[in-house]
Design a protein around this ligand. Structure first.
Ligand code: NAG
Length: 130
């Protein structure tokens, strides 16, 4: 379906441009021509321009959605497992080694300091000196 996305988007853009041009033309013509004062529909846009614009917008949206690839997983553990197995496809080879495991930063960080243990060690050290 990816081959269909570009033509759909281009056709949608052309139709949208035509709708915009038609609206512009209608506005220019209705402002310069002599209007019937009692008909309010003379100044409002015709229905077909609305329909054309909405259909063109939907066509562009459909083309863009069809053209986008498969969505990336949005859950952290799914994404991290995929990166660990396959590597990050967006990075270079040198970068891949560093970024192969997304949890490297968490695993390499230093642990918490146990103040209670340090205090006990210091007390033992002081008692040794006496
Ligand atoms: C900190 O050290 C004390 C004494 O060695 C120990 O009892 C305690 O479990 C340690 N706390 C942690 C969070 O490791």
């Amino acid at each position: 379906m990816a081959w269909l996305s570009r033509p759909l988007t281009v056709i949608g853009l052309v139709i949208l441009a035509h709708g915009c041009y038609s609206a512009h033309e209608h506005t220019v013509l209705s402002s310069t021509s002599v209007q019937h004062p009692t008909s309010p529909s003379a100044t409002s846009l015709p229905l077909d321009i609305y329909i054309e614009t909405i259909a063109a917008t939907l066509l562009i949206c459909l083309g863009l959605v069809l053209g986008s690839g498969t969505p990336e997983p949005i859950q952290w553990h799914t994404w991290a497992g995929k990166i660990e197995r396959e590597g990050d496809s967006t990075s270079s080879d040198a970068d891949k080694e560093l970024r192969s495991n997304p949890f490297n930063a968490l695993e390499a960080r230093s642990g918490f300091i146990n103040i209670s243990k340090l205090r006990n060690d210091f007390v033992k050290y002081q008692q040794l000196g006496k």
